[in-house]
Design a protein around this ligand. Structure first.
Ligand code: UT7
Length: 323
């Protein structure tokens, strides 16, 4: 079960109006109408994926009453790690002093945190770990193409973290679902710059090492996969949308969130939305929203909360948590 959460974003909030200053042919109206986004946070001055994750982790540990040395496992969800080697999980381990932990990165893109919750739950159930730190953190500003208006207006930087421990008194994850489909990989990916095609001056010039997305196709699959993830976790738990007190969906686009809520017959007042303030923070999205919901009192003991996400890969997943 989740016993503490935290979140961190960079200091600089970039409003839609600021894209004009960097030569992007877009407008506040277009971005708000098509996505619901008003601003996003962008890292500067030494803020990194790992430093944001460390800030979020310290909050989660304090709220769970857990010391760094109590952590057995760190599952670090990200697709924009500080370095490609070593894993950001071990860099985080060093920064927070989790000296007794093992750590690895998990890349399911925007679905990473929800995958991470299932992975943590599995380790705890198998008694291979007692206290797990699950992170979703990104510095997407370092991997997006700042000349591509199809993508650069959508994404933001930020991190969320959760401490997970053994379930008690019927609390904890009551159902979960994970899927992926690699046939859809080229709809949202970084075409080059990996070990198959290492970076060359030509790749750098054309920007093919940066995120590229087929927006409309991604949108279609996003709605379909979020719906499936929602249905499968509900069915597995023997619940309906009525039983869920709060839905925390991946914050990519307000229209996708609304379509998911409608599919689940959930009124929007039972759906957590913060895409307007953060944009799409990929792996950071669900845990940032989860922490905002916890700290603002939207999550109370006894509530059933559903996490649902989709992302590049494609990947999609859900989890229902009894608080
Ligand atoms: O975490 C997973 C990540 N990805 C997603 O969830 C993204 C899913 N897709 C979407 O959210 C939407 O498809 C977008 C927000 C990316 C785009 O919205 P859309 O309603 O699907 O627009 P579109 O791509 O069909 O483009 C419509 C028009 C095009 O112009 P033409 O060809 O109709 O003349 C685009 O060139 O909007 C144009 N456009 C823009 N105009 C102003 C695309 N980006 C922009 C922009 N500003 N930033």
């Amino acid at each position: 079960m989740i016993t503490g959460t935290g979140r961190a974003v960079p200091a600089y909030a970039m409003p839609n109006a600021d894209f004009a200053a960097i030569g992007i042919d877009t407008s506040d109206e277009w971005i708000r109408e098509r996505t619901g986004i008003r601003q996003r946070y962008i890292a500067r001055d030494g803020e990194t994926c790992v430093s944001l994750a460390a800030d979020a982790s310290r909050q989660a540990m304090a709220r769970a009453g857990v010391a760094p040395e109590d952590i057995d496992l760190i599952v670090f969800g990200t697709c924009s790690p500080d370095k490609l080697l070593p894993a950001s999980g071990v860099e985080l381990q060093a920064q927070i002093g989790a000296v007794n932990a093992s750590a690895f990165d998990l890349n399911a893109a925007c679905t990473s945190f929800v995958y991470g919750v299932s992975v943590a739950e599995g380790f705890i159930a198998a008694e291979s770990a007692r206290t797990v730190l699950v992170i979703g953190a990104e510095k997407l500003s370092g991997i997006i193409n700042w000349k591509d208006r199809n993508t650069c207006v959508l994404f933001g930087d930020g991190a969320g973290a959760a401490i997970m421990q053994r379930a008690q008194g019927g609390k904890g994850v009551v159902s979960r679902f994970m899927r992926s489909d690699g046939h859809l990989a080229s709809l949202l990916y970084r075409p080059k710059g990996g070990s198959a095609e290492p970076v060359t001056p030509e790749i750098l010039a054309e920007g093919s090492h940066l995120v590229a997305m087929a927006g409309r196709e991604t949108f279609k699959h996003a709605v379909r996969s979020m719906n499936e993830a929602l249905d499968r976790a509900l069915a597995d738990a023997g619940l309906t949308g009525d039983d869920i007190d709060l839905l925390i969906p991946h914050q990519a686009n307000l229209r996708i969130i609304e379509a998911t809520a409608k599919h689940g017959h959930m009124p929007m007042d039972k759906v957590f939305v913060n895409v307007d303030r953060y944009g799409n923070t990929s792996a950071g999205s669900v845990p940032i929203a989860l922490d905002e919901a916890m700290q603002s009192g939207r999550i109370q003991p006894g509530m059933k909360v559903m996490l649902v996400a989709f992302g590049a890969g494609f990947t999609w997943a859900s989890a229902i948590h009894q608080f």
